[in-house]
Write a new protein. Structure first.
Length: 263
């Protein structure tokens, strides 16, 4: 499990900004530039930094990252699993890979709840993202009703098991999972760091059971849900938590930079 000797985790923390449906490409360029002014090489060494703009901003952000040689990872918020064809409105894994996208958020609760994504669809997307050489950030999390009924562990275990079905253990080890309790997203109400740590520990054990101990020990698992500069340090102090998937507080460079520099 996590090696927290000397205050360092053995897994490199990863902070990803999920911008959701915010920012035009012009805004996105500004935020990435500002973010880069606020972060230093030590920050990037200590923590992986990823931004996930809308599809329409990916090309613009990629250009800024390349031009300035920024160590900021580019992520997409969604993908379709087919390579090409008559799928109006969809974007394929290779189209993203060609734009130097390295992470793809898969199965966000908003996609599951608003757009009807099932565990089977999430699994197809996870496999397609890996096949195209990118890393999935696979999301899971329970509703408030499920939490109150004591079903948190069962729900996330089911989602994780289905999402990882048929994925090679070495590929599982390199993935990122984001545990995002749905009731904590955009509500200002975050899970207690201890609760988040416990559920993430459950997910890690689940991954170890499915893909072996090395994969369980290696996979990075983020917490998401109302992460902000004022609560990130307590969340990151938990041994099982390897970073955050940040919505609202990643939209402004100042806040997101503070989150990246939580220590
Ligand atoms: P907030 O940080 O706005 O609660 O959003 C969390 C989230 O859904 C990130 O994917």
């Amino acid at each position: 499990m996590a090696d927290v000797s000397a205050g360092q985790k053995s897994r490199k923390p990863i902070m990803a900004g999920n911008w959701k449906m915010h920012h035009t490409h012009l805004d996105a360029i500004q935020v990435v530039q500002k973010l880069s002014y606020r972060l230093s090489s030590e920050d990037y060494e200590r923590c992986e930094v990823v931004v996930c703009p809308t599809f329409t901003s990916l090309r613009a952000v990629q250009t800024v990252i390349e031009a300035d040689n920024l160590p900021i990872g580019l992520g997409a918020q969604n993908v379709f699993w087919e390579e090409k064809g008559a799928y109006t409105g969809e974007v394929s894994p290779s189209m993203l890979a060609k734009l130097a996208v390295s992470y793809v958020i898969v199965g966000h609760s908003e996609r599951r709840e608003i757009f009807g994504e099932t565990d089977e669809m999430v699994n197809k997307k996870v496999k397609a993202v890996i096949k195209a050489g990118m890393t999935p950030i696979m999301c899971c999390g329970e509703t408030l009703e499920e939490r109150e009924a004591g079903e948190t562990a069962a729900k996330v275990s089911r989602q994780v098991q289905a999402g990882l079905d048929g994925v090679d253990p070495n590929e599982v080890a390199a993935m990122v999972i984001a545990y995002e309790p749905i009731w904590a997203i955009g509500t200002g109400r975050n899970a207690t760091p201890e609760d988040a740590n416990e559920t993430i520990g459950t997910i890690r054990s689940m991954v170890a059971g499915l893909a072996g101990e090395p994969a369980g020990a290696a996979i990075r698992i983020q917490y998401g849900g109302s992460v902000k500069p004022s609560n990130v340090a307590a969340i990151m102090a938990q041994p099982e938590i390897d970073g955050a998937l940040v919505g609202g507080a990643s939209l402004e460079a100042d806040d997101f930079a503070q989150i990246v520099r939580w220590a």
